[in-house]
Design a protein around this ligand. Sequence first.
Ligand code: 0O2
Length: 217
Amino acid sequence: MKKNEIAIIENCIENKNEKLDVKEEPYEKLMFFYRTALKELEVQMNIIKDEFKIMYNYDLIDHINSRIKEPKSIIKKMEKKGYEKTYLNLIEKINDIAGIRIVCNLKDDIFFIRDLIKNISDIRILKEKDYVTTPKESGYSSYHMIVEVPVRLTQNTIYVKCEIQIRTLAMDFWANFEHKVKYKSDQDISKKASKELVSYAKIINKFDNKMMGLKNT
Ligand code: 0O2
């Protein structure tokens, strides 16, 4: 187990293998860390957004959304992945309890933003998934980073995991729609509709490439 996970556990939970209970105080304490890390990340991302707008007159970032994963969604994910529902597994294995989404105009901007994030000295990069260069079978396209963000307490600093998703407005439109009708839907959609969604994702990918081409003319 990594040092930071021990640090979070020590601050919230007496027994690291204690069963997860989203109605109890340890869970509340744990969520304080994720909420604070997310606030920290939001500030940093908004600085990038404003800096490019004000200093360079460029809308690098269109908008930023953030959320703490709902308890029922956390439980569902742990069940789906077959993890025993303990606090330790929650901290170690669920990477997107705190999540931020950065939506930009152009595909190029995704990689530019990624590089800017990598240059922020106190953000640690743990993992990256490039679904932009290689979209998922579903058609889903987005750049994912799992990072650790410092939460500065009065006594010490603890690094907390957050997920960053970076995508274009077009990818965001597709993903939000598909999320509702297929990815998180309780009802199965037909094979035909599923195929259609994949084909629309391909159209969006072409559109994003063409828009990038226009920028460079
Ligand atoms: P929700 O409700 O959106 O939060 P990891 O454990 O970090 O290696 P993870 O989280 O199992 O990986 O998987 P992945 O592929 O990195 O996906 C993380 C998130 O990306 C998902 O979170 C979704 O938000 C989004 N996502 C992934 N695949 C798709 C897809 O096919 N369609 C759409 N619309 N979104 C997708 P959750 O927790 O699954 O769901």
